[in-house]
Ligand binder design. Structure first.
Ligand code: FES
Length: 178
């Protein structure tokens, strides 16, 4: 007696399932398409990559630091831009073939730290954090919770200074990648 009604219900369920399955199979391709479209926008800098910043021969013999801009090539699906500034570092000689590099960004709140030649140390102009030449906090009253962020370095081909550039989160005692 109610056969046509059941038939109709079955038909409806079949169509509903088809719509659900069809919709579900569309999600991954759409997601992948959006990711591909947005991926170039997410590639912003040389974080964590070695970048050549200068030459050992350009560093003062007395161990005073010299500031270098960190320039990199930004490449995405649409553009390739050379020499894009992504930060800056202080580099100083620590031996005949060794150097130390510090990120210029203050670990307190992100201002740029100055090298003060008369004191042979660093001073942040924003809230007066002071740092020794090796980047350590040299005044207990400094508001920075950690010293300046040291970066890994390499000397390549006898004279090129390469720095593994990375920014770190400000305001934290731990050195955490930004
Ligand atoms: S940002 Fe450097 S001391 Fe505050």
């Amino acid at each position: 007696m109610d056969e046509p009604q059941n038939e109709g219900r079955r038909d409806f369920l079949k169509k509903a399932c088809a719509v659900c399955i069809g919709g579900a199979t569309m999600v991954p391709p759409i997601g992948a398409g959006v990711a591909v479209l947005l991926d170039p926008l997410r590639r912003k800098s040389a974080q964590g990559e070695f970048v050549q910043v200068g030459f050992v021969s350009a560093l003062p013999e007395n161990g005073a630091p010299r500031k270098f801009n960190v320039l990199t090539t930004r490449e995405d699906a649409w553009n390739k831009m050379k020499n894009v500034p992504v930060g800056a570092v202080y580099v100083r000689r620590t031996g005949p073939q060794t150097v130390q590099a510090l990120n210029v960004v203050c670990p307190h709140a992100g201002c740029f730290v100055d090298y003060v030649q008369e004191r042979n140390s660093y001073l942040c102009p924003c809230h007066n954090s002071t740092f020794a030449l090796d980047g350590r906090i040299n005044d207990p009253k400094s508001p920075a919770a950690r010293g300046m962020d040291e970066l890994e370095t390499q000397i390549r081909n006898g004279n090129e200074v390469w720095v593994k550039f990375q920014n770190f989160r400000a305001g934290e005692a731990a050195k955490l990648p930004a």
